[in-house]
Write a protein that binds this ligand. Structure first.
Ligand SMILES: [Zn+2]
Length: 423
């Protein structure tokens, strides 16, 4: 049941639990209930500290195809002092440079054309437009991260994107040629206002690129560790098609990408725009129906499999410790928090977790305060086994660790099942 007369703001209390944040309908069913977990990017300041926990329950809208969790944390709390710098991963840097090169090859940028990136992070992507003399504007609410981008000479606005900001940008700069909103829609609690903002800025010549891991990755690829409180929405091609249509936009192409364990790149334009609708839109929407992505019985089966993976990981850790191995982790990211807090890990199962982020080092991962150390400290601790939590960049990480630790250390990923990773 959808009440079109109410704005999305009316539903903040029940958004993601009672009402769909995409279509405002009430056809949400339970996808995966992970119980009560701490906010994924919050770390302990001492080994015996405590963090508040909140329900983490993925629901799926049978009406529009959007996966979602409740808002338990405001974006201000997460993003004003965000610790994630995209430039820390060479995989992401390469992906961003390739994206820009592809756009330059296929599109003619005339004088006065400009590019907008929403959630431009530290400028890792927009900096690639500078050598071509193309005007680029970034929007990055985390002030500490925006500053890094400004230092590169990129015009960066430190605000959250909204329909109001979109109107300001349109009045000042006209329609952009290209809007990039990669890996951001999932983090937006007011998805409807965000899409309205995209619609405001979408002129006849504008293309919009939206990259995001697909909801299908959770159901088919068991990527349940990508569920966390700061990740409000889990997109599908079906949900993108629905929300675009409702706000005067049109999904005309979907590209399947390998990054982040399988992402979709959705291309939007105005309705009846200049690009023909590519066959990929129907093909991927059909695939989502074939795998029963919007079918609650299929999600019940997924929940059973997830419980099996958690039990397998818990048993593996127990056995490794009993055998006298020294198990460490790598990558104190949100994925690590979701899985370690979901399995109710036994104390001392993992000796430390290494991370390159200076801000994370010397903090502790909940629930039992696993110490976060620098990679150099990890090398000194003579690990026998290392669990790689950011499995989406495991190749890059294993190459780096093996260069320092040699062949005798074993590397593992727990998702989609416990398996050894070789370089
Ligand atoms: Zn919906």
């Amino acid at each position: 049941m959808v009440n079109e007369t109410l704005s999305s703001e009316s539903f903040i209390e029940g958004r993601g639990t009672k009402y769909c944040r995409g279509c405002l309908g009430e056809n949400l069913f339970s996808g995966l209930d992970l119980g009560e977990l701490p906010i994924a990017n919050e770390l302990l300041k001492s080994a015996d500290g405590n963090l508040d926990t909140y329900p983490l329950h993925l629901k799926v809208c049978a009406g529009c195809g959007l996966g979602q969790v409740a808002d338990v944390v405001t974006p201000e709390r997460i993003f004003r002092d965000y610790r994630y710098l995209s430039s820390m991963s060479s995989t992401f840097l390469q992906h961003a440079a390739e994206f820009v090169n592809q756009r330059i090859e296929e599109e003619v940028f005339a004088s006065g054309d400009w590019v907008l990136e929403i959630a431009s992070n530290d400028g890792y992507l927009l900096k690639n437009f500078i050598p071509f003399g193309i005007t680029a504007i970034g929007i990055e609410p985390a002030e500490n991260v925006a500053q890094v981008s400004k230092n590169l000479g990129i015009h960066t606005i430190s605000e959250f994107f909204s329909s109001r900001l979109a109107k300001d940008l349109l009045a000042k700069h006209g329609y952009p040629k290209l809007i990039i909103a990669n890996n951001v829609l999932a983090h937006v609690p007011d998805l409807i206002d965000f899409v309205k903002g995209l619609s405001v800025l979408c002129g006849a010549e504008t293309r919009i690129s939206i990259e995001n891991p697909s909801l299908a990755n959770i159901l088919v690829g068991m990527q349940f560790d990508t569920i966390y409180h700061e990740h409000y929405s889990y997109l599908s091609a079906t949900s993108m098609q629905n929300i675009s249509n409702r706000h005067g936009l049109h999904l005309f192409k979907v590209e399947e990408l390998a990054i982040h364990g399988g992402s979709n790149r959705y291309w939007l334009q105005i309705q009846n725009g200049r690009y023909p609708t590519d066959l990929s839109v129907k093909r991927i929407a059909d695939f989502e129906l074939e795998i029963h992505l919007f079918d609650s019985a299929e999600w019940d089966a997924c929940a059973t499999k997830v419980n099996g993976i958690l039990e397998q990981f818990r048993n593996w850790l127990h056995t490794k410790r009993m055998e006298g191995n020294r198990v460490h982790g790598y990558g104190a990211a949100a994925k690590a928090s979701t899985i370690l807090n979901s399995i109710k890990i036994e104390p001392n199962s993992i000796i430390s977790i290494a991370d390159v982020s200076l801000e994370k080092q010397s903090r502790f991962m909940p629930p039992h305060g696993i110490k976060i150390v620098s990679p150099e400290e990890l090398f000194e601790q003579n690990p026998t086994d290392i669990v790689i939590f950011p499995w989406n960049i495991k190749t890059e990480i294993v190459a780096f660790l093996q260069a320092h630790l040699g062949e005798q250390v074993r590397f593992w990923c727990a998702i989609p099942e416990m398996c050894r990773v070789y370089n």
